[in-house]
Design a protein around this ligand. Structure first.
Ligand SMILES: [Zn+2]
Length: 125
């Protein structure tokens, strides 16, 4: 099994609903996102996936969140924008965008969202 990972970052604001503590008030984070893909078969060039393509897909998802108040962006108008839910959002969005292109050869293994350098949440299926 091969795995490839790419990391990217963005800055955004959020607050947590149904939560008592610092994070119930609007504030910002410099988020980092790490996406890992997995598959058993390489393409003719010996790549599982071109990093360039994975970066592009990731950028499309990040562009919808960068410098936004995440709570105002669907589905986070109703889904709480915790690191956990952001990780699942990136997983679903990248999965959806890669599905057709890779014809099932590559799958999203997991997504980790770093809310700070030392606090992360990971989603996998
Ligand atoms: Zn926060």
């Amino acid at each position: 099994m091969f795995e490839v990972s790419v990391e990217d970052s963005f800055a955004a604001g959020h607050f947590l609903r149904n939560y008592q503590g610092k994070c119930e008030k609007p504030h910002g984070h410099n988020y980092k996102v790490r996406i890992t893909l997995a598959g058993e078969v390489l393409d003719k060039a010996g790549l599982l996936v071109d990093f360039k393509d994975l970066r592009e897909v990731m950028k499309q998802v990040i562009d919808g969140l960068d410098h936004q108040m995440i709570n105002e962006v669907a589905p986070f108008t109703t889904v709480n924008p915790s690191a956990e839910n952001l990780a699942r959002y990136f997983y679903d969005e990248v999965h959806r965008r890669l599905e057709g292109a890779s014809r099932g050869r590559v799958r999203v293994k997991n997504v980790t969202v770093y809310e700070t350098d030392s606090t992360t949440a990971t989603y996998s299926q």
